[in-house]
Design a binder for this molecule. Structure first.
Ligand SMILES: [Zn+2]
Length: 81
């Protein structure tokens, strides 16, 4: 399994967007942690996945393209080095 952290953007039942950390396993399956970066959203509250297992750069671009308000804490995490 690669150790590169990837990012997944999910929408919660309250329609807020949060970022989750993900990894790909050896078969290319996307594995996502059970809590968002900000700890405010749980995986089982997901109503929609906007993107899954993207690199930080791609995730930043996609977040801009979506044009929706993304949780401030999660967003800050994406733009941190
Ligand atoms: Zn968040």
């Amino acid at each position: 399994m690669s150790d590169t952290t990837l990012y997944t953007l999910k929408e919660s039942i309250s329609e807020q967007l949060h970022v989750f950390k993900s990894k790909k396993d050896t078969s290319g399956e996307c594995l996502t942690v059970s809590k968002s970066v900000c700890n405010k959203m749980r995986y089982n509250e997901t109503i929609k996945t906007h993107f899954a297992c993207q690199s930080k750069t791609v995730a930043q671009i996609k977040c801009m393209e979506i044009g929706r308000v993304i949780c401030e804490t999660c967003k800050r995490h994406l733009h941190r080095d």
